[in-house]
Design a protein around this ligand. Structure first.
Ligand SMILES: [Zn+2]
Length: 97
């Protein structure tokens, strides 16, 4: 069996920090959907991170929302996150924790 190894390294790059109540500049609806579909506290300071990758042809696109010691991961580019991504990713997050 061959184990597929990524040809390059990925890390996380911080995009912005803010609260759900003030919204996020890169996505007009994300804060509203997070308020509706998750139990992330509205007054928590959140940090949004995305996969940092220098490869133009790399298909990996992920967004990470961090508050306190919690890390909520959505497998979608931050600008492209849909209502369903938030809902399904949150259900998975709750199952795991
Ligand atoms: Zn990559």
């Amino acid at each position: 069996m061959t184990v597929l190894k990524p040809s390059h390294e990925h890390g996380w790059k911080s995009v912005t920090k803010g609260k759900l109540s003030s919204g996020f500049p890169f996505h007009p609806k994300l804060a509203e959907w997070l308020s509706t579909y998750t139990t992330i506290p509205k007054d928590s300071e959140l940090e949004i991170l995305e996969v940092s990758c220098g490869e133009v042809s790399c298909p990996t696109e992920e967004t990470l929302i961090v508050w306190g010691k919690q890390e909520f991961r959505i497998s979608r580019k931050k600008e492209m996150i849909s209502k369903m991504d938030v809902d399904l990713s949150w259900k998975r997050f709750v199952e795991k924790s």
